[in-house]
Design a protein around this ligand. Structure first.
Ligand code: SF4
Length: 471
């Protein structure tokens, strides 16, 4: 139950089949990405160059009511987006898709990631008298594309020129009046893939979208690749020099759904491998292994298989709470208790190994140990299916300050004592490559090692443009 939150999920659909209801397809596909963002959702539909959109705060059913969907039309291209932001409340202007009017008509953009040169780009645009409505990366990218389009002969050229100026992590889905475009950052930090659902081509943050919609995954969009889908088919534009690649290791640890395959690696298998390795590296005598839902479950199963200690459900997560709940004024311990509870029958009188995906601030882990003890656990051994999280991530929307990271301030014995656990063990940093060994690309593991794949010169998202920390 990581205290880090992702981010955003993007979907783009190009309809080739008149029987397809594009709004319905986009809406239902978004459910497969709800885990990537719960603060807001939006859909934009291209009706012969006229883009109609709706976006609002909340989880999908709350943000996208039926009566609003019914007025989006039934065009041939659509974008969908789910948003997460660390700052809690997000202004409506920062929700996506961002729809703008420019010299060539309308353009809509969805974004996942974080630009590490956001301040520099925004300041540059400000000096050119740009007027911004939001404080997010998406509008900066939209401006760059609009400017580039003045001197280019196609949207493809304009997008290529614009992305040359971007640094950082991004997966973008956008639509022009006649094209659906997907772009992945040159290091491949954020995931993006494409496939088919019925007769329609689909770009999505994760492959689980295709499974859940009865579609077909075709392949991951490569680092630095731009994919353009129009009435003539699918066109790929690749950079000649892509340099080093750095797929986000945390996609396997926490961000992605276990039924997704990211760059050739099954997320479910990666988590089970992490659990097996953890059992080898930090064995302990116990009666039962349980996982912290959702992302600790697969690793707990791996630990149980490797150690021979039986797996049992030890913690129950309440999945039916949304934004309105998170905004309540009760103290956080009270709210945590409603979100997560221990299953007394399975832990009472037992020596429990509890597996979580990661630890950031440590408060959730402390709460979990307390819950298990209150439910009667005789011993609580905390095992973490990733190494200590020691450095902030500057490649997603949830950048936390280093001083908030418990592993950056405390030794492992100190953390163990803070949580009140009987023992604490983390997966070794050397094991990370092992858990995603089927991937042919390089990895970013900066939050575990402090070695960033690019130089980080701008460490704050909380700037003079932001009312709140915002993606
Ligand atoms: S720093 Fe961590 S969370 Fe951020 S991109 Fe790298 S591996 Fe992913």
């Amino acid at each position: 139950m990581s205290e880090l939150h992702d981010e955003c999920g993007v979907i783009g659909i190009f309809k080739n089949d008149d029987n397809v209801d594009i709004v319905e397809e986009t809406y239902l596909s978004l459910y497969a990405l709800q885990h990537r963002g719960q603060i807001g959702a939006g859909i934009a539909v291209n009706n012969n160059g006229r883009i109609i959109f709706y976006k609002d705060h909340g989880m999908i059913p709350e943000a996208l009511p039926e009566k609003e969907l019914s007025r989006l039309g039934n065009g041939n291209i659509a974008l969908g987006h789910v948003k997460y932001s660390a700052g809690g409340q997000v202004d409506h202007e920062n929700l996506a898709p961002l729809v703008m009017r420019y010299i060539k008509g309308q353009l809509a953009i969805c974004f996942n990631g974080a630009l590490s040169n956001y301040h520099e780009l925004r300041e540059d645009l400000n000096q050119g008298a740009a007027i911004f409505q939001s404080n997010g990366d998406t509008e900066v990218i939209a401006y760059l594309i609009a400017r580039a389009r003045i001197n280019t002969s196609s949207i493809e050229e304009a997008v290529q020129q614009a992305i040359e100026r971007l640094k950082g992590a991004y997966a973008i889905a956008m639509m022009s009046p006649s094209k659906l475009i997907g772009v992945r950052d040159p290091m491949g930090i954020r995931p993006l893939c494409y496939g088919r659902i019925g007769g329609s081509y689909v770009i999505a943050s994760e492959s689980c979208v295709f499974d859940s919609m009865g579609g077909e995954f075709i392949r991951d969009i490569e680092p630095g690749e731009m994919l353009v889908i129009d009435s003539e088919g699918v066109h790929s534009y690749k950079r000649k020099e892509t340099g080093k690649t750095a797929v986000c290791m945390f996609e396997y640890v926490f961000f992605s759904r276990p039924d997704s395959v990211v760059d050739g690696v099954s997320v479910n298998k990666a988590r089970q491998r992490a659990g097996r390795l953890l059992a080898q590296q930090h064995p302990v005598e116990a009666d039962v292994v349980c996982g912290v839902p959702d992302c600790g479950i697969e690793s707990a199963i791996g630990y149980a298989m490797e150690s021979g200690i039986p797996y049992a459900t030890g913690l129950i997560k309440n999945k039916y709470i949304g934004r309105a709940f998170n905004n309540r004024k009760k103290n956080s311990e009270y709210l945590m208790r409603i979100k997560l509870n221990a299953l007394k029958n399975n832990v009472d009188g037992k020596r429990v190994i509890v597996i979580d995906d990661s630890i950031l601030k440590g408060k959730t882990s402390k709460h979990i140990v307390e819950l298990l003890r209150q439910a009667g656990a005789k011993e609580v051994h905390m095992r973490i299916a990733s190494p200590p999280f020691i450095s902030p991530c500057y490649f997603n929307s949830d950048t936390t300050q280093k001083e908030n990271l418990i592993a950056a301030r405390m030794s492992i014995p100190e953390m163990c004592s803070y949580m009140g656990a009987d023992s604490l063990g983390f997966l070794s940093a050397e094991s990370l490559k092992e858990i995603a060994k089927d991937c042919h690309l390089g990895f970013c593991d900066a939050c575990f090692t402090g070695n960033y794949p690019i130089e980080i010169t701008d460490t704050s998202r909380d700037d003079k443009y932001s009312k709140k920390i915002e993606s």
